[in-house]
Ligand binder design. Structure first.
Ligand SMILES: *[C@@H]1O[C@H](CO)[C@@H](O)[C@H](O)[C@H]1NC(C)=O
Ligand SMILES: *[C@@H]1O[C@H](CO)[C@@H](O)[C@H](O)[C@H]1NC(C)=O
Ligand SMILES: *[C@@H]1O[C@H](CO)[C@@H](O)[C@H](O)[C@H]1NC(C)=O
Ligand SMILES: *[C@@H]1O[C@H](CO)[C@@H](O)[C@H](O)[C@H]1NC(C)=O
Ligand SMILES: *[C@@H]1O[C@H](CO)[C@@H](O)[C@H](O)[C@H]1NC(C)=O
Ligand SMILES: *[C@@H]1O[C@H](CO)[C@@H](O)[C@H](O)[C@H]1NC(C)=O
Ligand SMILES: *[C@@H]1O[C@H](CO)[C@@H](O)[C@H](O)[C@H]1NC(C)=O
Ligand SMILES: *[C@@H]1O[C@H](CO)[C@@H](O)[C@H](O)[C@H]1NC(C)=O
Ligand SMILES: *[C@@H]1O[C@H](CO)[C@@H](O)[C@H](O)[C@H]1NC(C)=O
Ligand SMILES: *[C@@H]1O[C@H](CO)[C@@H](O)[C@H](O)[C@H]1NC(C)=O
Ligand SMILES: *[C@@H]1O[C@H](CO)[C@@H](O)[C@H](O)[C@H]1NC(C)=O
Length: 380
């Protein structure tokens, strides 16, 4: 009985060893043939790969290729900024150990092959700044390990596939500067690992869900500027409590700036301009002590410039006009010694531009034309 047990274990071990050996060897050959196929489809004007990707050397020493220690399978294919052109062959989906794929800053074109979705070990995907077209394959929703998905600066079209929200380890989702349309799948806001979401410069429409920040405690940057988003800024935006950058500018957002924005005390950049926002600038803006850029031009804001803005002693840039703001520029502005640009043209501001604004030595520009302001002291 025990002999039999021993024998069967040994056989089992031997059997498994043979299978592993066969699979690894076969897939090593696969890895090399995939790279050769890739090279075959690439136009390489500077000859970076020509003499380097040759079978006289192990592909683990080829430029841009990294192999794992155990199996000598390819774990990284990183060829950024190498002026390569061509298409990505579907065979790349056979590099089953790949954890990092970085082809950013080249001239690749064509569709993103759906076969890339087979690469279940991928952690970093950066295909940004190429000329890729077509839709984001829904199979990308199977890249469960992915932490960075960067496809910005291409010409991708269609909707963001909702399957993307299966990527529960994602920290960076950067799809900016494409031609994506449709609404942002609200399930994306359920990925609590997210730190950076950039979907700016697309044609995305729809509303921001009221509860979008319930599940995003780690989010540090939310860039949704230059799209076609409508509806209001959720009043619960302050639940994204670690936000440092918030860009919602150049959409079709309406309603007012929620007072709760003053709770986002980590904010350094706040871009709201180019929307249909109305009402007053909440005085709570003065709580954003880390704010460096406040951009709120081209809207329908009314009322006064809140004096609390003078509390923001890290501000470098305030852009407030055109809007329908009125009254005097608060003298507290002079407390902001870091101020470089004060821009408030084409409104109904009156009185004298406070002398104190010249207190800061950083000031480079004041744009206040088309108001009813005076600054007699400047003429002396
Ligand atoms: C090796 O390749 C085969 C066929 O392409 C695939 O089914 C298998 O999962 C691969 N094995 C490993 C360990 O990647
Ligand atoms: C290919 O390039 C890598 C990195 O520059 C270098 O280490 C390697 O020796 C080169 N291989 C050949 C065959 O030129
Ligand atoms: C890419 O091309 C530019 C000129 O078009 C050149 O300056 C640069 O060195 C090239 N990059 C590489 C990695 O060869
Ligand atoms: C590699 O990928 C292609 C296309 O996805 C597939 O047809 C082929 O069977 C794969 N080859 C191997 C050896 O796995
Ligand atoms: C891809 O490579 C570029 C150039 O080295 C680098 O700047 C970028 O951060 C890399 N992408 C990722 C996701 O690491
Ligand atoms: C996107 O397509 C337009 C033409 O439709 C072209 O002018 C532009 O260069 C393309 N941009 C990228 C990054 O592919
Ligand atoms: C987000 O997660 C919550 C709780 O896990 C769930 O109730 C809700 O349906 C999810 N929302 C979306 C849009 O997936
Ligand atoms: C957030 O802001 C609102 C309105 O300004 C305020 O009533 C509330 O107490 C704040 N919440 C937190 C947690 O600071
Ligand atoms: C902010 O500014 C207002 C008006 O200038 C002032 O009354 C208030 O004390 C300031 N708050 C803080 C925390 O500095
Ligand atoms: C000033 O703003 C109004 C809207 O508030 C706009 O209609 C007008 O064109 C602007 N004038 C200039 C010179 O920008
Ligand atoms: C700013 O300048 C005014 C005079 O122009 C001066 O009275 C005031 O003390 C200065 N304030 C600060 C905070 O430096």
């Amino acid at each position: 009985m025990s002999n039999f047990h021993f024998l069967s274990s040994a056989l089992m071990f031997f059997h498994c060893f043979m299978v592993t050996y066969a699979v690894t060897t076969r897939n090593l050959t696969t890895d090399q043939s995939v790279l050769l196929e890739f090279k075959h489809q690439i136009n390489d004007p500077y000859g970076i790969l020509v003499d380097n990707w040759t079978t006289s050397h192990s592909f683990c020493n080829w430029i841009g290729v990294t192999c794992g220690d155990k199996h000598n399978r390819i774990v990284a294919l990183n060829l950024p900024n190498m002026n390569l052109t061509g298409t990505i062959p579907p065979e790349l989906g056979n590099l089953s150990f790949l954890a990092s794929l970085n082809l950013s800053g080249n001239g690749f074109h064509g569709d993103l092959p759906g076969e890339l979705g087979q690469l279940s070990r991928l952690k970093l995907v950066d295909l940004s700044s190429n000329f890729f077209t077509g839709e984001i394959p829904s199979s990308f929703g199977r890249l469960h390990q992915v932490s960075d998905l960067v496809l910005s600066n291409n010409n991708l079209t269609g909707a963001i596939p909702p399957e993307i929200s299966n990527l529960l380890n994602m920290r960076t989702l950067d799809l900016a500067s494409n031609k994506l349309s449709g609404s942002i799948p609200s399930s994306i806001y359920n990925i609590s690992s997210l730190r950076m979401v950039s979907l700016s410069f697309n044609g995305l429409s729809g509303k921001m869900p009221d509860d979008m920040c319930h599940h995003l405690p780690n989010l540090e940057a939310l860039y949704l500027g230059t799209n076609e988003l409508s509806g209001q800024i959720p009043t619960t935006i302050d639940e994204c409590r670690n936000l440092q950058g918030l860009a919602l500018d150049y959409n079709q957002l309406s309603g007012s700036i929620p007072r709760s924005i003053g709770n986002l005390t980590a904010l350094t950049e706040l871009y709201l301009g180019g929307n249909n926002l109305e009402g007053e600038i909440p005085w709570e803006i003065g709580n954003l002590l880390n704010l460096e850029i406040f951009f709120a031009v081209d809207m329908r804001l009314t009322g006064l410039i809140p004096p609390s803005i003078g509390n923001l002693t890290n501000l470098k840039e305030i852009s407030l006009g055109p809007n329908f703001l009125e009254g005097e520029i608060p003298w507290e502005i002079g407390n902001i010694h870091s101020l470089e640009i004060f821009s408030a043209p084409n409104m109904s501001l009156n009185g004298e531009i406070p002398h104190s604004i010249l207190n800061g030595s950083s000031l480079r520009a004041i744009y206040v034309m088309l108001n009813h302001l005076s600054a007699n002291y400047l003429c002396n």
